[in-house]
Design a protein around this ligand. Structure first.
Ligand SMILES: Cc1cc2nc3c(=O)[nH]c(=O)nc-3n(C[C@H](O)[C@H](O)[C@H](O)COP(=O)(O)O)c2cc1C
Length: 394
């Protein structure tokens, strides 16, 4: 093990829980990147609502029950996993740490679970697919039909086992913190803006050194080979007026269902009506998500929306859930309300910021430890046994 690896492992070992990881990430990252990860859209109402819903949901434990080793394993769309927590697709992770998406995929694989690679990843989908372990690919519609066809074809070729289609990003949500920090997907540190960004970057010399050694990455390599009007497409194309939608509409699903030869998952639903539409459009699974409170501010908390969606479609498709999960107890609450598994976005991003791949491994290990301890305290022997009777009736 190299000196750097040993130092990262030591840093990772100090992260006791999500709050520790968030604080360590805040110490490591320049303000613009920290707030890009942590922030939500508009008044951040949905961001807070997600957290509150988990806090306000209480367990109905079964005491005087001895559970030795609770079973956390499950199966998602045919893939067995040891931990019912997937790492969510997150763009911009190579800015957080050079390990970026490769670190997320490695961490997920070592935890015995699935990584969902983002369209807006800092490495190409082919590079991420090289990491051992099951992986899904998340699709943004971007602009031209040809972009979607390019990404779907390459994801199939690269061996991703499921396609996750994000539908809650008709336009990018307005995140005031990003605006104030001068952060945008098209930002790049260069001679022109270095002076403006200096007050954010100079106080974080370790981050800055890693960023420079990594070759100042800030582009979306998955779209670099795709051309729009004869020129390489940049991510800003997706939000430019007239170029097209940033998320697919239901009319795209005919093409997607015919051309993706594996499980299709719709991410970003919050109502039972949309969940039924997804099933009608051929989805094998849905992810109940409000994008971690980063898109439509005013969306309900996913934990609140989950039961009605489970009731509407769980006999036809698998239901997963994300947004606001910070602790093992949060995972157990979502599973009790019928989610097959959950996804975490910011939590592994914080681990990554704090200690690279080792930090991702650590936050997932913490979730596992928290789940085991909570299940023993609840008297629950297996995640497969969870249902709403494990929660206090409201
Ligand atoms: C920094 C960041 C970048 C994200 N990028 C994407 C993305 O590229 N594609 C996508 O479908 N969702 C993206 N999301 C949303 C996550 O997949 C996930 O829905 C959300 O983070 C879950 O909430 P949590 O962060 O509270 O766990 C992103 C989230 C964050 C925090």
């Amino acid at each position: 093990m190299s000196v750097t690896d040993a130092a990262r492992r030591r840093r990772a070992a100090r992260l006791l829980d999500a709050e520790d990881a968030r604080r360590a990430a805040a110490r490591a990252l320049p303000r613009g990147i920290r707030e890009y990860v942590d922030g939500g859209s508009e008044g951040e109402v949905t961001l807070r609502r997600n957290a509150r819903a988990f806090e306000e949901t209480a367990f109905a434990p079964r005491m005087a029950t001895w559970v030795d080793q609770p079973d956390l394993s499950t199966k998602v769309l045919g893939t067995p996993i040891d931990l019912p927590v997937l790492t969510a697709p997150c763009g911009g992770m190579r800015l957080v740490h050079p390990d970026g998406d490769l670190g997320l995929a490695t961490g997920a694989s070592r935890a015995g679970t699935i990584h969902v690679a983002s369209s807006a990843a800092g490495y190409t989908l082919e590079e991420i697919a090289q990491v051992d372990g099951p992986q899904w690919f998340q699709l943004y519609r971007f602009s031209a039909q040809s972009t979607m066809e390019n990404l779907v074809g390459r994801a199939q070729e690269a061996g991703y086992s499921a396609l996750v289609v994000t539908v809650d990003t008709a336009v990018a949500g307005f995140r005031p913190r990003d605006y104030k920090n001068g952060f945008s997907y098209s930002m790049r540190v260069n001679a022109r803006n270095a002076v403006k960004l200096a007050p954010q970057l100079l106080p974080k010399p370790a981050w800055l050194t890693r960023y420079l050694l990594d070759g100042l990455p800030f582009e979306i390599p998955n779209t670099a080979q795709v051309t729009v009007d004869g020129k390489p497409m940049v991510l800003t194309e997706m939000t430019k007026g007239g170029v097209g939608s940033h998320s697919p509409t239901w009319s795209d699903f005919g093409w997607l269902r015919d051309n993706w030869h594996g499980p299709l998952v719709v991410k970003g639903l919050i109502t039972p009506e949309d969940a039924r539409r997804a099933v009608d459009a051929g989805a094998d699974g849905v992810i109940v998500s409000n994008h971690g409170g980063r898109q439509l501010d005013g969306s309900p908390a996913t934990l609140t929306a989950l039961p009605r969606i489970v009731e509407a479609i769980s006999d036809q498709a698998e239901v997963l859930c994300d947004s606001g999960i910070r602790r093992g107890s949060d995972v157990l609450k979502a599973l009790s309300l019928g989610a097959r598994a959950v996804l975490v976005g910011r939590l592994p991003a914080w681990g990554l910021a704090a200690a690279g791949t080792a930090g991702v491994e650590r936050v997932l290990e913490n979730l596992r430890t928290e789940m085991v301890r909570t299940m023993r305290l609840m008297g629950c022997a297996a995640v497969a046994d969870l249902d709403p009777t494990w929660l206090e009736a409201r």
